[in-house]
Design a protein around this ligand. Structure first.
Ligand code: NAG
Ligand code: NAG
Length: 473
């Protein structure tokens, strides 16, 4: 009997101690593997606010700071992960054909040779949603560049090697140019293209394999892809905001918010400062009576008598772009008020002009917000506060020269993240979008694997549902 004596108090204590130590050790191991994962993230340089610059030199760095420093050290490292992109060879009516490209008779390719033949995207207001064009050009050109430094994505021709499948449909220009109905009760060319696209996609091996979850579809214009979005929603969308989407069709977990292409020129060699920007607050935009736009009118009545505030209605077209550019470059703050959608290109115009954005748009989604802290270079005001009598003007007048200068410097540090160009450069908007997609891959993979758990061998593109390890917790 004595063999089954109950454990003494002392041995219970030791058992407890050993168990606790084991828990702590496994916890530390988990943290470590987490930081390994962090260091394999794509490279980016976070803007360091001037006040924090000696963080890196501090000798009393805690574990947390240590880790943060490690992940910053690896920015620009050469062995960063590159997104592998498979792109459908869709007929050119879905992409460059919409820009007037006819193709070459002798070549069978649906793509222009982007080394010599770069079609222009139509200018004016079209340009703000031209995201699909810059991404497609970059993917095409990745085949010709030997030098991968500065690149975040490359094209692969075997979809099984790819991380994502890119759908080269120029949805924004298709909406801007071809959404008009030719006859009443007939479908517009934009509708017909979307129908064709849906039919094509759902028949593809790649789509069936993942249920579309690893597909990238650009729909930056808020009215683009109106029909197809209802069918293609498992895909990852690249969007301007979520204002016109139901949460199951688009959400921040699944989709990527991309900047608008700014319409005003970048402020090169900006030598201005707080004193040399005479206008306190600048706003130019359309009046919207619907949705969230009511606030614009209210603010207009509140601000119109302030002497250093510029507040005019009207969209910027033609010479208006030059005027807006001059206006923003000589203002300290630029207002961004929700219009008929939560976002607008005005924010990116303000950033390019180094005019500190004042954002009054409660539902706005901002590009790359998982790695950028917009409060370093923007001011946010809730619409409830903004509508309080004299709140906004007093709040803005209270921002000191020092605080403004800190945000103005911040803008100059981040502006290249919002620059679309061809050829694309390291950490510009195109590369930032690829990197944002790359950061979503693990979660997407998890979703795909979950969805295929029960699929039988061979039936759905050869997926085998692997049993989870028993002791997985
Ligand atoms: C590759 O391109 C980067 C800039 O993107 C440049 O700094 C580097 O020198 C290039 N390397 C080679 C081998 O050409
Ligand atoms: C601006 O500063 C004044 C004086 O410090 C203060 O009374 C006022 O509440 C501030 N206004 C806002 C909107 O923060």
């Amino acid at each position: 009997m004595s063999r089954f004596r109950p454990l003494s108090r002392q041995s219970v204590f030791y058992l407890f101690l050993i168990a606790s130590i084991l828990v702590i050790i496994s916890w530390l191991l988990m943290l470590q593997s987490h930081s390994i994962y962090l260091s394999s993230l794509p490279s980016f340089t976070l803007p360091v606010p001037p006040g924090n610059q000696n963080l890196d030199k501090s000798s009393t760095a805690t574990l947390d700071q240590e880790r943060r420093r490690d992940s910053r050290k690896c920015s620009g490292s050469t062995n960063k992960k590159i997104l592998k992109v498979f792109m459908y060879n869709l007929p050119s009516v879905f992409h460059f054909g919409l820009l007037g490209w006819k193709g070459k008779e002798q070549s069978q390719s649906v793509w222009p040779d982007v080394r010599v033949d770069v079609l222009e995207y139509p200018g004016g207001l079209n340009m703000q949603h031209s995201i699909e064009y810059w991404l497609t050009l970059d993917i095409l050109s990745s085949e010709f560049s030997k030098n991968l430094s500065g690149r975040s994505a490359v094209r692969v021709h075997d979809s099984r090697e790819a991380d994502v499948v890119f759908v080269p449909f120029f949805a924004s220009i298709s909406y801007n140019r071809y959404a008009k109905h030719q006859k009443t009760n007939s479908k517009s060319p934009n509708d017909l293209l979307q129908e064709k696209l849906v039919k094509f996609l759902v028949a593809q091996e790649e789509w069936k394999r993942s249920g579309g979850k690893d597909h990238i579809i650009v729909a930056h214009h808020p009215n683009s892809l109106l029909y197809a979005r209802m069918k293609l929603w498992p895909a990852m969308f690249i969007l301007a905001d979520l204002g016109r989407y139901h949460a199951t069709i688009a959400n921040v977990e699944k989709d990527v918010i991309a900047p608008y292409k700014h319409l005003v020129p970048s402020y090169v060699d900006d030598k201005s400062d707080f004193e040399r920007r005479p206008t306190l607050l600048y706003f130019q935009g359309a009046v919207y009576r619907k949705d969230g736009g009511v606030i614009r009118q209210e603010l207009f009545y509140m601000l119109r008598d302030e002497k250093d505030v510029h507040f005019t209605f009207g969209s910027i077209k033609g010479d208006g772009i030059n005027q807006a550019s001059q206006g923003m470059q000589s203002s300290k703050f630029c207002l961004n008020i929700a219009g008929d959608t939560p976002s607008s290109n005005r924010l990116f115009d303000a950033i390019a002009s180094h005019c500190v954005p004042v954002i009054i748009s409660d539902d706005i989604e901002l590009p790359f917000e998982d790695i950028l802290d917009y409060s370093d270079f923007c001011v946010f005001v809730s619409s409830t506060d903004a509508l309080k009598e004299r709140f906004l003007i007093s709040f803005i007048r209270n921002i000191s020269n020092v605080d403004w200068t800190r945000m103005w410097r911040g803008l100059k540090q981040v502006e290249h993240f919002f620059e679309f160009q061809y050829p694309s450069r390291e950490n510009d908007a195109v590369q930032m979008i690829w990197q944002a997609i790359l950061r979503k891959i693990p979660a997407r993979k998890r979703d795909i694997h979950r969805a295929t758990r029960l699929s039988r061998t061979g039936e759905r593109g050869g997926f085998i549902s692997a049993p989870l390890p028993r002791n997985f917790w």
